[in-house]
Design a protein around this ligand. Structure first.
Ligand code: ZN
Length: 461
C-alpha cells in the first residue's frame, strides 16, 4: 500500500459517521508517545491507538482518536507506546536450563550438561512448565511474538495460547533419537500433524524446524522443505553458527553450510536461518536471492564465542534481519531489549565504527525486521490500521530513563525489559501496570523451581 493510500485509510477510519457518535471499540491507548515503526517511521507525540477486538482500528492524535472512537481507555501519558517485540529464534522450554552451566567450551557445555539434562528431563510436563515460565518472562519484558524450535511442540503451542502470546513454532527434526521421536521420519510425521492442528490459528503459525544441515541427512532436509512448501509454512533452521560447523561442511561437501543447502535446493519460500555467523559474500548473495531471513542472536553468539554475524553486510545486501535471544541456556534471559542493545554494541565494536547498527536499526530489527523474517510483515511489527493489536507500553519515569530526549535512543540504550508496563497481544491485555493477567505468576515460578530439582539431579550423576 502506498503512503497516500495509508493516509486515506487512516482518515476514513478516523471519521465518525454523520449522525452517529464515536464508534465503540474495545480499547483506546491515549496520551503517550506512539512509535509506529511504519514505513515512514512516524512518531506521534502525543498519540493514541484505538484497538477493535484483535486488530488496530486507528492510530492518530489523542483528539482525533477521541472524536472517532470510544472504549475502555488506558492513559499512557508519559509512556512510550510501540509494537510488541518479535523474537525470531529460541527454544522456550530451555529456560529450565538457565544458568545450569556457563563459561564452558561449547562441546563440554553440550555434552556434559545440556544433552544429559535434555535426555533425562524433556517431557510434555517439562515443556509445559518451561513454556509457561518463558511466556511469563516474555510478557513481562515486552515480547509479543516468539519463534520456537523444540520437542513436544504441541504442548508449547497450547501453553503459548493460554498465556496469550503469538508464536511461530516448529517441531524439531534431528537425526538422533529424541524425547518425542525415535527417528527423523517420526519427527516429520509429528511435524505434519502439528501443522494440520494449528494451521489457521489466530496466534500460532506452525512451522517445520529441521535442526541444522550438520545434524540431518540430505533426504530429511529435503523432506522438511517439501513439508514447508506443501503447507506454505515457515522453515526454521540453525545455519552457519560456529566455525566448527563451517569446517565440517567444507570437509564433507567442500561447500560452506549456506553453499551446501543451496546445492541441494533446500530453501522454501519462508526460510528463517538462525545465526548466519560463518558466511562469505557469496553466501549472503544466496540468502538474499532465496529470500531467506536471518535471526541474529547477539547474546548467544557472544556467550558461546561463536563469532560475529555480518549484520551490516546483510542489511546492505537487503537480507531481512530480525533479532532473537536463542534458548535461555545460552543467553541467559529472554529480554529483547538486551538483544537490541547488544546487537548495536557488538557491531560497533566489530566494525570499530560507532555508526554501525544505530538505535533505529536495532529497534527496526526487533519489530518490523523480525516480522519480515517470519513472513508476518502484513500482520505485525508496526502500529498501523488493520494490523494485529500487538502493542507494548514502556514507562519512562525511572532514574535510568531520565531525562528523555530521544525515545528511540532511550528504548535501545537505556530501557530494560522490566520498564515495560503493559503488554497487549491480539487485542488481549496480558499484563497491565506490571500485573500479569494471563498467567498465575507465583504458580508458574513455583512449578519451575520444583522442576529444577529434577534437572539438577539429572546432571549430577
Ligand atoms: Zn538455537
Amino acid at each position: 500500500m502506498s503512503r497516500a493510500a495509508v493516509t486515506v485509510v487512516v482518515a476514513l477510519t478516523l471519521m465518525p459517521l454523520a449522525g452517529q457518535g464515536p464508534r465503540r471499540v474495545s480499547l483506546v491507548l491515549t496520551g503517550g508517545t506512539v512509535i509506529t515503526m511504519d514505513a515512514d517511521h512516524r512518531i506521534l507525540a502525543p498519540g493514541a491507538v484505538a484497538i477493535d477486538g484483535s486488530s488496530i482500528a486507528a492510530v492518530g492524535s489523542p483528539a482525533a482518536i477521541a472524536a472517532a472512537y470510544s472504549g475502555d481507555v488506558i492513559d499512557t501519558s508519559g509512556d512510550l507506546v510501540l509494537p510488541g517485540l518479535v523474537n525470531t529464534h529460541g527454544h522456550a522450554p530451555m529456560v529450565l536450563y538457565r544458568g545450569l552451566a556457563d563459561d564452558l567450551a561449547l562441546t563440554d557445555w553440550l555434552q556434559k550438561y545440556i544433552f544429559p539434562a535434555e535426555a533425562k528431563t524433556v517431557s510434555p510436563e517439562m515443556v509445559r512448565i518451561g513454556t509457561r515460565l518463558a511466556a511469563l518472562e516474555m510478557i513481562q519484558s515486552g515480547t509479543t511474538t516468539f519463534t520456537d524450535m523444540y520437542y513436544f511442540e504441541e504442548e508449547i503451542a497450547a501453553a503459548a495460547k493460554d498465556a496469550g502470546l503469538r508464536g511461530v513454532l516448529g517441531e524439531t527434526i534431528i537425526k538422533f533419537p529424541v524425547a518425542d521421536a525415535k527417528s527423523p521420519a517420526e519427527s516429520l510425521a509429528r511435524a505434519e500433524s502439528f501443522i494440520e492442528t494449528f494451521k489457521g490459528d489466530p496466534l500460532i503459525t506452525p512451522a517445520v524446524a529441521p535442526h541444522s544441515p550438520y545434524t540431518l541427512e540430505k533426504d530429511t532436509l529435503l523432506a522438511c522443505r517439501d513439508l514447508a512448501v506443501k503447507y506454505g509454512v515457515p522453515l526454521l533452521v540453525h545455519l552457519a553458527e560456529t566455525e566448527d560447523e563451517l569446517k565440517i561442511s567444507r570437509e564433507t561437501s567442500k561447500l560452506t553450510p549456506v553453499g551446501y543447502l543451496e546445492s541441494i535446493g533446500f530453501w522454501a519460500p519462508r526460510t528463517v536461518a538462525a545465526h548466519g555467523v560463518w558466511v562469505d559474500d557469496a553466501d549472503i548473495a544466496v540468502l538474499k536471492a532465496r529470500h531467506v531471513g536471518v535471526a541474529h542472536n547477539p547474546e548467544s553468539n557472544m556467550k558461546l564465542a561463536d563469532g560475529v554475524a555480518p549484520v551490516s553486510k546483510y542489511l546492505a545486501a537487503g537480507v531481512a534481519v530480525g533479532l532473537g535471544t536463542d534458548g535461555a541456556a545460552s543467553n541467559n534471559d529472554l529480554d529483547m531489549f538486551e538483544s537490541m542493545r547488544q546487537a548495536a554494541f557488538l557491531h560497533k565494536v566489530e566494525t570499530r565504527d560507532p555508526r554501525a547498527v544505530p538505535a533505529t536499526v536495532a529497534l527496526e530489527m526487533a519489530t518490523m525486521g523480525g516480522a519480515r523474517v517470519l513472513g508476518l510483515e502484513s500482520e505485525i511489527g508496526s502500529l498501523e490500521p488493520a494490523k494485529r493489536a500487538d502493542i507494548i507500553v514502556v514507562g519512562t519515569r525511572r532514574a535510568r530513563q531520565t531525562p528523555l530526549y530521544d525515545p528511540i535512543s532511550q528504548l535501545v540504550y537505556a530501557t530494560h525489559g522490566d520498564d515495560v508496563k503493559t503488554t497487549i497481544v491480539n487485542g488481549r491485555v496480558l499484563m497491565r501496570d506490571r500485573r500479569v493477567l494471563s498467567l498465575d505468576e507465583s504458580h508458574v515460578l513455583d512449578q519451575a523451581r520444583q522442576f529444577a530439582l529434577k534437572v539438577r539431579e539429572a546432571v549430577a550423576r
